[in-house]
Design a protein around this ligand. Sequence first.
Ligand SMILES: Nc1nc2c(ncn2[C@@H]2O[C@H](COP(=O)(O)OP(=O)(O)OP(=O)(O)O)[C@@H](O)[C@H]2O)c(=O)[nH]1
Ligand SMILES: [Mg+2]
Length: 363
Amino acid sequence: MSEGAEGAALGAATRSAAHPVARGVLAGEERALARACRMVDDRVGDFRDVLKELFPHTGRAWVVGVTGTPGAGKSTLVDGLIALLRTDGARVGVLAIDPTSPYTGGAILGDRIRMQRHHGDAGVFIRSLATRGALGGLSRSAADLVRVLDAWGADVVLVETVGVGQDELEITRTAESTLVVAAPGMGDDVQAIKAGILECADVFAVNKADRPGAEATQRQLEVMIALGQEVLAATRRAPAHHGAHAAAGARAPAAAGTGATDALERWIPPVLKCVATSGDGTREILARLGEHRAWLRDTEAGRARRLERLGEAMRLELRQALLDAAEETLAPLIEEAVEAVARRERDPYGAAEALVARFRAGR
Ligand SMILES: Nc1nc2c(ncn2[C@@H]2O[C@H](COP(=O)(O)OP(=O)(O)OP(=O)(O)O)[C@@H](O)[C@H]2O)c(=O)[nH]1
Ligand SMILES: [Mg+2]
C-alpha cells in the first residue's frame, strides 16, 4: 500500500486505460510491462501519460527496500525472499539498482545471475536500473518504476540498492519497509552502515551468519539502535507539543523482545541473523518485515510515518517539477543572472529572489 487508500479506491473502479502500454500493464502483460519500464527509465515518449493512467491502479503493492553494505548478500537474500513470497502465492516485482559499480563492478550482471532461477516465472518480474548522473534522477525513476510494477499487479515490490550515496538513500524513501543487510568480516561493518541508513532501517539482517563474527555485529547493531531510541525518547519527552505521543502510548503497553513497539508505539528495528545462501533465517526476516507493515497500517505512529514518507516523495517531485518549469520559463534570465553574479554585479541571493518573483508573475 505505497500510496494509501485514494489510489486503491480509484483503482477499484476499472482496470482499463487509453494508452495501449498502460492497458497492457493493467492486463498483467509482461511485454507491456517491459515496454513501460523502458519508457519510464528513458523518460521518453508519452511515459508521463502512461504513469498518469497507471497511478490510480497503484497503492496495492507492499514496497520493501533492501539496502546495505556492498557485497553483504543483498541479491542472494532478495532471491531467497522471492522464493518465499512465491511459495506464499504473491506476485513479485524486483527493482535492482546498479550503483554505477565502483564497488562491485557490474552489479547488474551479478544481480541477474543471483536471481536467474526466477526468470521464466510469470509471477516474478525483475528489472535492473542503472544510476544516472543527476541527483534525484535515479530515485525518481525508481519511484516511477515501483508504481509501474504495482499497477501490473505485484503484491510485493523488492527494491535492492547499495547503501552508499545520497541517491541510494533517497530510494529507500520509496519503500514502506526497509531491510538493511550487513555481514561480518567486512572490516568495521557497523561503521560502514552510514547514519542515514541506520535511520531508515526497519529490520536489520546480519547475513553470512555461517561466518565468524555475526554475533558481534548483531550486538553492535543492537547497541546502536538502543542508543538511537534513547535519543529519540529524550527528544520526545522534552517539548510540550509531543503530549499527543504520550497519550497514544498510554494505550499501547510495552512489548518485550525485538521488533516490538514500545510504550510510544515506536517501531524498534529487530536485528536478525541469517544465511542467505542456505535460506536459514530468511522466513523470520520476512515475518518481521510483515509485522512492520502491520505496524504502519494499524498504529497512529505507523500511519504518521507513512504520511511523512509520502510527503517527502511528493515534495521531491514538486521540487523537480518546479525547477524544470522555472528553467523552461526563465532560461535566458537565469543565464543573465549567472553572468551578473560572476561579474559580482549581483549577489546570488538577490538574483534568485528576483528570478522567483519573475516566475511567480508568470514571465
Ligand atoms: N558465506 C556466505 N556467503 C554469502 C551469503 N550470502 C551471500 N553470500 C555470498 O556473498 C557474495 C555477494 O553476494 P550478493 O548477493 O551478490 O551481495 P550483494 O549485497 O547483492 O552485492 P552488491 O549488490 O554487489 O553490493 C556472493 O558470492 C554470495 O554467494 C551467506 O549467507 N554466507
Ligand atoms: Mg546485489
